[in-house]
Design a protein around this ligand. Structure first.
Ligand code: C5P
Length: 249
């Protein structure tokens, strides 16, 4: 992936026409898209091949948590579609993560990324499922497990990027969703107010552990994932430019 692809736009649509319209609108400005379970299920895997055929990178966010044989099969299917990234839950343990990594070997462009602790979970939620310690401790534990099993990187909330970059070193990818385009009140002049509208209608309202794209890159994220702040912006091209400015700065 080149620098242009450090901002991944999440195509969280339930209809392929809406997804295609957004892709057409962003044109050459966007090189990388995330397709999750909603759009994959609604539109089918052809859309992945279509985007790859147009020269885009596709992050297929499958969030796999299955027996190793099934995980390996799903990763091979993602690789055959031409996906560049696929996700597996590190909570599944070394066997499941290693199965994903092994299955990806025949697809040189496919990177396996590990999910650690779902960002909405608190220490109390972890205790409820029998896990002691803080979310940060569990995130770092699972990230190290994933790195040890050969994963190319991890998914991390803005709040965890610094911790993970320090703990994992410079090489692993750290892909960060849950970002806004800018802090409240900042940069109102940028993009003629597009950003303010984007934040109001985007990630800020729903992510308790959010941060800006710029903060995520500064803390060591290799990529950020931005959904509604771009896809629902009055001017998605301007909103994407704002996110990419974070990558540069
Ligand atoms: O909030 P936004 O629309 O930018 O979300 C974009 C993507 O980021 C979603 O597809 C979701 O899977 C992912 N996300 C996440 N964890 C969060 C917030 C969003 O994985 N805390």
């Amino acid at each position: 992936m080149d620098g242009r692809d450090r901002v991944i736009v999440a195509l969280d649509f339930d209809d392929r026409r809406d997804a295609r319209a957004l892709v057409a609108r962003l044109g050459d400005a966007c090189g990388s898209y995330k397709i999750g379970l909603e759009l994959l299920t609604a539109a089918g895997p052809d859309l992945v091949e279509e985007l790859v055929g147009q020269g885009h990178e596709v992050f297929l966010d499958l969030k796999l948590f299955e027996i190793p044989n099934s995980v390996a099969g799903a990763v091979r299917a993602a690789g055959a579609l031409g996906a560049s990234m696929v996700t597996v839950h590190a909570m599944g343990g070394t066997g499941i993560v290693a199965a994903a990594v092994e299955a990806a070997r025949e697809f040189p462009r496919l990177r396996v990324l590990a999910l650690t602790v779902v960002t909405s979970m608190t220490a109390s939620d972890l205790a409820d499922v029998g896990i002691g310690g803080t979310p940060d401790e569990q995130v770092l534990r699972l990230a190290r497990l994933a790195a040890g099993a050969g994963c190319d990187g991890v998914i991390a909330s803005p709040r965890e990027v610094g911790l993970l970059r320090a703990g994992l070193g410079p090489d692993p990818l750290i892909v960060t969703p849950g970002v806004t385009l800018q802090g409240r009140g900042a940069g109102a002049a940028v993009a003629g107010g597009v950003a303010g509208a984007a934040v109001a209608g985007g990630a800020a309202g729903v992510h308790s552990r959010t941060g800006t794209a710029q903060e995520a890159f500064a803390a060591g994220a290799s990529h950020v994932v931005v959904g509604r702040s771009i896809t629902r912006a009055a001017d998605p091209v301007a909103a994407l430019a704002l996110a990419r400015a974070g990558a540069a700065g």
